[in-house]
Design a binder for this molecule. Sequence first.
Ligand SMILES: C[S@@+](CC[C@H](N)C(=O)[O-])C[C@H]1O[C@@H](n2cnc3c(N)ncnc32)[C@H](O)[C@@H]1O
Length: 198
Amino acid sequence: MKDFWNERFGSKDYFYGKGPNHFLKQSASNIHPHSKILCLGEGEGRNAVYLASLGHTVTAVDLSEEGKKKAEFLAQEHKTNIDYNVCDLRDFNFGEKKWDVIISIFCHLPTDLRALIHKNVYTSLKEGGQFIIQSYNPEQLKYNSGGPKDPQMLYTKEILLHDFPLFKWTKLEDSMEEVFEGRGHQGLSSLLSGIGVK
Ligand SMILES: C[S@@+](CC[C@H](N)C(=O)[O-])C[C@H]1O[C@@H](n2cnc3c(N)ncnc32)[C@H](O)[C@@H]1O
């Protein structure tokens, strides 16, 4: 896994682009100023750097050293800072009631790890904290515009409702959208987008 992502992020360009994910950008207007934010599977840093440039304190976790190098470079370009931890999410210490917001943008995980990480997300969010997630859903298997081909790594509303029985979802919906993010996400895509509040 680590080798796969390091190779993907080893090229000069940003595989998913330098700009933030569209859904995250839309959702960011509802994040309180100076929030403490954790970004899961942050890759080359486009979302973490965007949030840091808005004045938030941002921690990122990802298993890719190449991702970290690119993310720190991007942060310098934007004259901002992020705290990027190279770590498998399985081993990351999420803490308890620590984060105002947790972000998961195309952080597709196998079933057992997803369940563990979502448990940690809930425990580590403060009361009133938000979980902002966008992923591909299983319908995406019909398209070649991005995302994993392993069905267990694609998320559904039912999965999120099951993983977070106590969240109030202010948004939870499937959609078909044109997505253009670097070389990695190109074209019509079947997405799941959610904002869960603890
Ligand atoms: C599709 S990329 C998305 C990157 C970023 N969120 C974005 O939207 O640009 C998935 C990311 O998840 C990371 N990842 C996958 N499994 C992981 C794990 N077990 N622990 C930490 N990071 C992981 C990969 O290294 C990769 O950067």
